[in-house]
Design a protein around this ligand. Structure first.
Ligand code: BES
Ligand code: ZN
Length: 455
C-alpha cells in the first residue's frame, strides 16, 4: 500500500494533465454532430486502459454510442470488482455563461473547470489512476478488476441493458463500484445508498392545422398554450402535492432509523436556499428539504414552448404547444406503472378541442441498498483512510439507471463512492472538480481495492 500511495503522490501533476486531455474531447451524447467525438473518446479510453496495464481493453459498438470494456484478472482467489462509469457528458448551453470554454479545461483556485469534470469523466479517471498506481508500483492489484464505461448515461443508457444482458459472463463480478455522486459537503466523505428513478415525457398539443390570425379566428378554436397550461396545472396543487390518481400508492416512507440519521447531518436550509438563489424554498408540504430529495417523488416541467416568443408583439393563435415533463420516483414506484397513470390522467383531462401526443422518453428505476453489505463496509473504511473522517450515509435525488440493471441481471450490489461537491455545477455552466477531492478520491479508491480484497 505504501508504494501505491507514494506513486499516487509522485504522479499528481501527470494525473491532472491527463484528465485535462480527456476533458478536451466534446463527448456530448445528446448531440448527433458529436458522434465522431464519442468514437474518439471511446478509443482514447481504450488506449488508456491498455497503457495503465489492463490485460484486455476493447471498444464494443452498440446501436447507440460505444461501450468501453477493460479487465485485469491477475488475482485468482480474490474478489472481482466491476467498475462502472460514463464518458458521455451533458450539452453545454448556455455557452455564453462559461468563464472558460467547456472543452478547454482550466484550473482556477484548485478547481478544474470543464464539462464532464465532475460528471463523470473526472471521477472515471480517478478510478483508472487508482488501478494504475497498483499496476505500476506493485505489478498487481489486490482484486480482479473489470471496467465498464458507457457513452449514453446522460441520455438514459438506452442500449446498456441489452449490452449487459448479452455479456453476462464477461461482466460477472462480486460487487459494482461507481463514482458518480456528490459528497454531502466539503470534507465529509459520503456513501450513497439510495437513488431516485425517473419517468420522462414529451407532450405535444395541436389545435388548428396552422397558426391563425387572432382577430379573425380568436374565440373560435382552442389555444394550445391555454390547453397546456390547464394540463400542467392539473398535475400538482399549490402545496406541491402531485394530483395524478394513484401516484403515491407505492411510495415507501423513510424508516425511523433513516430519519434519525438524516436529522444528525449538518444540513443548513438557509445556506441551501442561498446557493440555489431562490427567494424562498418551495416543496411538498410536510416534508423537509433533504427528506424530499431523498425519499419523495416529484414532478417537474423541464421546459415548454408554444406560439410567438420573438421580439415585439404578434397577434396569433399558435397551432401547437409542447412541454417536457419528468417525474423523479422513489422506492417502490414502478416507472412503467407511473407512466400509465400519467398517460391516463392526461388523456382524461385533455379537452377534445385539442390533439394530445405523448412520447415516453428515457427512465430508470429507483434504488435503495442495505448499508450492511461487506463492500459498503470496505468503502467506509477506505473513505475514512482517504479523507481522515468517518463517512456519512446518504441518499440522493439523481438517477443512475444502470444500478438496478446490475442488480437484476448480474445479481450485483453497488457501492457508490463519489467525491463531487453539490455546488460543482454538474449539468450547468462552469462545471468543475475540486482537485483536492480528485487526489483524495484516487487514494480512497486505492484503499477500497485493498479493503475489499480483505473482506
Ligand atoms: N451523476 C448523475 C447522477 C446523480 C446526480 C447522482 C445527482 C446523484 C446526485 C448522472 O450523471 C445523471 O445526471 N443521471 C441522470 C440520469 C437520467 C438521464 C436517466 C439524471 O439523474 O438526470
Ligand atoms: Zn449527469
Amino acid at each position: 500500500m505504501e508504494s501505491v500511495l507514494h506513486y499516487i503522490h509522485r504522479n499528481r501533476d501527470r494525473y491532472i494533465a491527463e484528465l485535462k486531455e480527456f476533458l478536451t474531447i466534446p463527448s456530448i451524447s445528446n448531440n448527433a454532430e458529436n458522434r465522431a467525438d464519442m468514437e474518439r473518446c471511446a478509443a482514447f479510453l481504450k488506449d488508456q486502459l491498455e497503457s495503465i496495464g489492463m490485460q484486455k481493453a476493447a471498444v464494443f459498438p452498440t446501436e447507440g454510442h460505444p461501450v468501453v470494456y477493460g479487465e485485469w484478472l491477475g488475482a485468482p482467489g480474490s474478489p472481482t470488482v466491476l467498475f462502472y462509469g460514463h464518458y458521455d457528458v451533458q450539452p453545454v448551453d448556455p455557452l455564453e455563461l462559461w468563464i472558460s470554454g467547456p472543452f478547454e479545461p482550466t484550473i482556477r483556485d484548485g478547481e478544474l473547470y470543464a464539462r464532464g469534470a465532475v460528471d463523470d469523466k473526472g471521477q472515471v479517471w480517478m478510478n483508472l489512476k487508482a488501478a494504475e498506481a497498483y499496476l505500476k508500483a506493485q505489478g498487481t492489484l489486490p482484486v480482479n478488476l473489470k471496467l465498464l464505461i458507457e457513452g449514453e448515461e446522460e441520455v438514459g443508457s438506452a442500449h446498456l441493458d441489452t449490452f449487459i444482458q448479452s455479456h453476462q459472463d464477461l461482466l460477472r463480478a462480486d460487487v459494482a463500484l461507481i463514482s458518480d455522486t456528490p459528497l454531502f459537503d466539503r470534507g465529509i466523505p459520503s456513501i450513497c445508498y439510495g437513488l431516485r428513478g425517473l419517468a420522462y415525457f414529451q407532450l405535444d398539443l395541436k389545435g388548428s392545422s396552422q397558426d391563425l390570425h387572432s382577430g379573425s379566428f380568436g374565440g373560435t378554436v382552442i389555444n394550445p398554450n391555454f390547453a397546456l397550461a390547464h394540463l400542467i396545472s392539473s398535475l400538482k396543487d399549490s402545496e406541491g402535492r402531485i394530483l395524478i390518481p394513484g401516484f403515491y400508492d407505492d411510495v415507501a416512507p423513510m424508516s425511523d432509523r433513516e430519519k434519525e440519521e438524516l436529522s444528525r447531518l449538518p444540513f443548513d436550509q438557509e445556506r441551501f436556499r442561498r446557493e440555489v438563489g431562490a427567494p424562498e424554498l418551495f416543496g411538498e408540504k410536510g416534508y423537509g428539504t433533504l427528506e424530499t430529495v431523498w425519499s419523495r417523488p416529484t414532478l417537474e416541467v423541464n421546459g415548454l414552448c408554444g406560439g410567438f416568443t420573438g421580439e415585439g408583439a404578434k397577434t396569433v393563435i399558435p397551432a401547437t404547444a409542447m412541454a417536457k415533463i419528468s417525474m423523479r420516483l422513489v422506492p417502490n414506484q414502478d416507472p412503467d406503472r407511473i407512466a400509465r397513470l400519467f398517460e391516463q390522467h392526461l388523456k382524461a383531462v385533455t379537452p377534445s378541442s385539442v390533439d394530445l401526443t405523448l412520447t415516453r422518453m428515457h427512465g430508470g428505476n429507483p434504488w435503495l441498498a442495505s448499508i450492511d453489505h461487506p463492500a459498503i463496509r470496505a468503502a467506509s473504511r477506505a473513505f475514512e483512510k482517504g479523507f481522515g473522517a468517518k463517512p456519512v450515509f446518504v441518499r440522493e435525488g439523481g438517477s443512475i439507471p444502470v444500478v438496478t440493471t446490475l442488480a437484476e441481471t448480474l445479481g450485483l450490489s453497488t457501492v457508490l463512492m463519489g467525491v463531487g461537491l453539490p455546488d460543482e455545477n454538474a449539468h450547468a455552466p462552469n462545471e468543475r472538480l475540486d482537485l483536492g477531492n480528485y487526489q483524495t478520491g484516487i487514494v480512497s479508491i486505492a484503499h477500497f481495492f485493498d479493503q475489499f480484497s480483505r473482506s
